[in-house]
Design a binder for this molecule. Structure first.
Ligand SMILES: *[C@@H]1O[C@H](CO)[C@@H](O)[C@H](O)[C@H]1NC(C)=O
Ligand SMILES: *[C@@H]1O[C@H](CO)[C@@H](O)[C@H](O)[C@H]1NC(C)=O
Ligand SMILES: *[C@@H]1O[C@H](CO)[C@@H](O)[C@H](O)[C@H]1NC(C)=O
Ligand SMILES: *[C@@H]1O[C@H](CO)[C@@H](O)[C@H](O)[C@H]1NC(C)=O
Ligand SMILES: *[C@@H]1O[C@H](CO)[C@@H](O)[C@H](O)[C@H]1NC(C)=O
Ligand SMILES: *[C@@H]1O[C@H](CO)[C@@H](O)[C@H](O)[C@H]1NC(C)=O
Ligand SMILES: *[C@@H]1O[C@H](CO)[C@@H](O)[C@H](O)[C@H]1NC(C)=O
Ligand SMILES: *[C@@H]1O[C@H](CO)[C@@H](O)[C@H](O)[C@H]1NC(C)=O
Ligand SMILES: *[C@@H]1O[C@H](CO)[C@@H](O)[C@H](O)[C@H]1NC(C)=O
Ligand SMILES: CC(=O)N[C@H]1CO[C@H](CO)[C@@H](O)[C@@H]1O
Length: 368
C-alpha cells in the first residue's frame, strides 16, 4: 500500500496551514507565494479541491489579514469575492423576482437585505439580527439571526426564507408576521462570494483604483477591509477548506468514498489547532452527541495509524495511547460524548461522518 504520498508531503512542507473558526464556520487557510490573476488563483485553489477564501465576519477578516502578513508579509491576497455585472435579484430559493415591492436602488458594492417592517418591504444591513420567516409562513421570532444565518436555518429544514410572488401571498406574509420586523428571502448584492457562499461580511476599504474593478482582495492595513482590484492584476493566492457533518450512516470505506465523491475527503485532524477547531465546531452542531467517522485508519500490515495517506503525528486518543494490534479495530472515530477524543472502531459499523468541504451556499447546494 502507498502510505506516504510524496505529493502530500510536498504539500505539508510548502503550504502554510491553519485552522480558524468564526461564527460556527471552520476554515483551513493555505497560501501560495505565487502571484497571479484572480481567475488563475481560483483554478489553483480548485485544483486542490479548495476554494478562494470566504470571509464571514470581522474575525475571519482579521485572521486572514494576520495570516497573510505573518506568513509572507504580502500586501495582496485574492479573496473569493468578485463582481457579477449581470447580477439580477433573485429569491433565495432561486426564483426570479417577478413581484417587487422594493422602492430603493442599490449602488455598487452595497449589499442589502430585505425585511418586512410595518407591512412594508424595507432595506437593511444584512448583518442585522432579526426574526425571519421561512416558507409556509413559518415565523421564527425568538432566535434573531443575520440574513445568511436565517437562510441557513430554513435550509436545515429543507426550506428557504419565504419568497413572495403575488399580492395575495404578500398579504398573507404580513398577516402571519405578527407586526414583527422579519427577514424575507431577498438579498441584493452584485458582488458574489465563491461557491455561492452566503456571507454578510462587507467592509470596503478606501480604493482609488481607476481601472475596472471586479475582484476583491484583502487590505493589509488595520482594521482589515476589502479592496477592489482589477481581476487581471497579480496577487497571492489564499485558499480554504471547510468541514461538513454527514448525517447519513455508512461504514468507514463508504464514508471515505462518499466524502471523496461529493466533497473533498474524510476529515483529517493534523494538529492541536485542528483538534480544538473541530471541538468548538462540533459543540455548535445539532445532534452532535454522536460518534463520527474521521479519516483515521490503521495499517493492517504495520499497525500504525494514518490519515488516509499521511502518518498521524498529533494524537488525541481516548485512552491516551493509540490502540494496538492485534486487539485494535482498524478504523477511527471521534466522539463528542467522550470529550471529542478518538477511538478505534470496527470499519464495518455504520456511523455518520465528517468530510472536508465547502458547506454554506446561497443556492446551488450539494445534497448531503
Ligand atoms: C488545473 O488543473 C488542470 C487539469 O489538471 C490544468 O490543466 C490546469 O493548468 C490547472 N490550473 C492551474 C492554475 O494549476
Ligand atoms: C432607480 O434607478 C432608476 C434608473 O436609474 C430610476 O429611474 C429610478 O427613479 C430610481 N428609483 C429610485 C427610488 O431612486
Ligand atoms: C452593517 O453592520 C455591521 C455591523 O454592525 C457594520 O460593521 C457595517 O459597517 C454595516 N454595513 C453597512 C453597509 O452599513
Ligand atoms: C422545522 O421543522 C420542525 C418540525 O417539523 C418544525 O417544528 C419547525 O417549526 C420547522 N422550522 C422551520 C424554520 O420551518
Ligand atoms: C400567489 O402565489 C402563490 C404561490 O406561488 C400561488 O399558490 C397562488 O395561487 C397565487 N395567487 C394568485 C392570486 O395569483
Ligand atoms: C399591528 O400594528 C398595527 C398598527 O401599528 C395595529 O393596528 C394592529 O392591530 C397590529 N396587529 C397585530 C396583530 O398586533
Ligand atoms: C440525523 O439523523 C438522525 C437519525 O436518523 C435524526 O434523528 C436527526 O434529526 C438527523 N439530524 C439532522 C441534522 O438531519
Ligand atoms: C450523550 O451521550 C452520552 C453517552 O452516550 C450520554 O451519557 C449523554 O446523556 C448524552 N447527552 C445528550 C445531551 O444526549
Ligand atoms: C476535555 O478535553 C479538554 C481538552 O483536551 C480538557 O481541557 C478537558 O479537561 C477535558 N474534559 C474532561 C471532562 O475530561
Ligand atoms: C437549494 C435551492 O434552493 N436550490 C434552488 C436553486 O435555484 C434553482 C433555480 O434556479 C432551483 O431549481 C433550486 O431548487
Amino acid at each position: 500500500p502507498v502510505l506516504f504520498d510524496l505529493f502530500a508531503m510536498f504539500d505539508i512542507l510548502c503550504w502554510f496551514v491553519h485552522f480558524s473558526f468564526a461564527s460556527n464556520r471552520l476554515q483551513v487557510f493555505t497560501l501560495t507565494n505565487e502571484r497571479t490573476s484572480w481567475n488563475n488563483a481560483k483554478d489553483i485553489c480548485n485544483n486542490k479541491s479548495e476554494s478562494l477564501v470566504i470571509l464571514y465576519d470581522e474575525e475571519d477578516a482579521s485572521f486572514a489579514n494576520n495570516f497573510v502578513m505573518n506568513k509572507i508579509g504580502t500586501d495582496r491576497a485574492w479573496l473569493g469575492l468578485h463582481r457579477n455585472q449581470n447580477h439580477t435579484p433573485t429569491w433565495s430559493n432561486g426564483e426570479s423576482l417577478t413581484f417587487n415591492k422594493l422602492t430603493v436602488n442599490v449602488s455598487d458594492g452595497q449589499q442589502i437585505c430585505i425585511a418586512i417592517e410595518d407591512s412594508q418591504w424595507k432595506e437593511f444591513n444584512c448583518s442585522d439580527q432579526k426574526s425571519f420567516m421561512c416558507n409556509h409562513y413559518s415565523l421564527i421570532e425568538h432566535e434573531p439571526k443575520n440574513w445568511c444565518q436565517a437562510e441557513h436555518y430554513c435550509r436545515q429544514n429543507n426550506s428557504n426564507l419565504v419568497s413572495i410572488s403575488n399580492q395575495t401571498q404578500n398579504d398573507q406574509v404580513i398577516n402571519e408576521g405578527k407586526n414583527k420586523t422579519f427577514w424575507i428571502g431577498l438579498m441584493h448584492d452584485e458582488w458574489e462570494w465563491e461557491n455561492e457562499a452566503c456571507s454578510t461580511y462587507r467592509k470596503w476599504g478606501y480604493s482609488n483604483n481607476v481601472e475596472k474593478e471586479y475582484c476583491a482582495k484583502q487590505n493589509q492595513y488595520l482594521p482589515p477591509s476589502l479592496l477592489k482590484l482589477g481581476c487581471s492584476n497579480d496577487a497571492n493566492v489564499l485558499c480554504t477548506v471547510r468541514i461538513k457533518v454527514i448525517n447519513q450512516t455508512l461504514n468507514w470505506e463508504q464514508a471515505f468514498d462518499h466524502c471523496k465523491k461529493y466533497h473533498t475527503r474524510l476529515l483529517q485532524i493534523k494538529d492541536e489547532l485542528d483538534q480544538s477547531a473541530v471541538r468548538n465546531w462540533l459543540q455548535d452542531t445539532p445532534n452532535n452527541n454522536d460518534t463520527f467517522w474521521i479519516g483515521l485508519r490503521q495499517s493492517r500490515v504495520f499497525g500504525f495509524w494514518i490519515w488516509s495517506d499521511k502518518p498521524v503525528t498529533d494524537s488525541n486518543w481516548k485512552n491516551v495511547n493509540a490502540p494496538e494490534m492485534p486487539l485494535s479495530h482498524n478504523c477511527g472515530v471521534i466522539n463528542m460524548a467522550e470529550n471529542v477524543t478518538w477511538s478505534d472502531e470496527n470499519c464495518l459499523v455504520k456511523h455518520p461522518f465528517l468530510c472536508e468541504e465547502e458547506f454554506f451556499f446561497m443556492n446551488k447546494s450539494k445534497n448531503n
